[in-house]
Design a protein around this ligand. Structure first.
Ligand code: NAP
Length: 247
């Protein structure tokens, strides 16, 4: 499969490594140019390209940039082939992205993105830390295999995104349509909590819409205080603090 990735940070580059290792024809872009892409992202065969090239002649386009940068790449995404599936890994953090009214008003993040891009999107890999994505890939059948929720309006789009998630080393869980994808946003019980496939349906159903952004901000406040006191936060800490909010 021909796969383009816009965003060569911790998530985009890990996905690039995994999917090119599986034999996919992967190309990856950042904002500063192909020559600046970290060699690790290319270590299993992905090609460094410009953002415009990443969207050209692909079956799947994965967008993995900070939420407030998606407007900058919208023209590239709109130029992707009509039949290409766009997969969104983004999350909204007001402390990083600045206030974005639609999200503060409760619009699910991937619904907004779908409107911005003028095309359907699937939401995947947003609810796992880059550290877990990097460290915790296992083969199907492992009872402790970490699961990743996948949402999309079109069943075929969701199935394709789920198959790619599986190829990156994680169980994919059907999380329904984009209108319900707030259930996997930051602050939800499945967000960066490394649930298993067995547990995830319970935790998707347990999400409460009003509380999701409150928990997101609570976690960020705790982390800010912890760092101010000299603490160091890594992916394991982030999973632990998110889990603590729901156990
Ligand atoms: N980190 C995590 O654990 C994690 C987990 C799940 C989901 N996410 C979400 O996934 C997205 C990416 O996260 P990340 O941690 O990988 O981010 P990151 O490490 O900050 O990397 C962001 C990437 O986006 C690129 N980018 C920004 N603006 C661009 C533009 N206009 N055109 C092309 N590329 C552009 C950056 O390129 P330059 O460096 O050249 O600007 C960089 O390669 C975010 O929305 C994040 O919330 C993150």
């Amino acid at each position: 499969m021909k796969i383009g990735i816009i965003g060569a940070g911790s998530i985009g580059s890990t996905i690039a490594r995994r999917l090119s290792r599986r034999g996919h024809d992967v190309k990856i872009a950042n904002s500063r140019g192909p020559e600046t892409i970290d060699a690790a992202a290319l270590s299993t065969g992905a090609d460094p390209v410009t953002a415009a090239d990443a969207a050209h002649d692909v079956d799947v386009l994965i967008v993995s940039v900070p939420m407030n940068r998606n407007s900058d790449i919208a023209a590239h995404v709109k130029a992707a082939p009509e039949g290409a599936l766009v997969i969104d890994t983004s999350n909204y953090y007001p402390v990083r992205d600045g206030a974005m009214q639609a999200f503060d008003d409760g619009q699910p993040e991937s619904v907004w993105l779908s409107e911005l891009f003028g095309r359907p999107v699937a939401k995947a890999w947003n609810a796992i830390t880059s550290q877990s994505l990097d460290d915790k890939a296992t083969e199907p059948g492992d009872p402790h295999r970490v699961a990743i929720p996948v949402a999309a309006d079109d069943d075929a789009h969701r199935a394709l995104a789920m198959s790619l998630v599986e190829e990156t080393g994680f169980d994919a869980v059907d999380a329904g349509v984009l209108a319900d994808s707030w259930r996997q946003q930051p602050g939800s019980p499945v967000y960066c909590t490394d649930r298993t496939r067995e547990d995830m349906p319970h935790w998707l159903a347990a999400a409460e819409k009003e509380r999701v952004p409150q928990r997101r901000d609570l976690v960020m406040t705790c982390i800010g205080d912890y760092i101010e006191a000299g603490g160091t936060v890594d992916g394991r800490f982030f999973v632990a603090i998110n889990r603590a909010c729901y156990s």
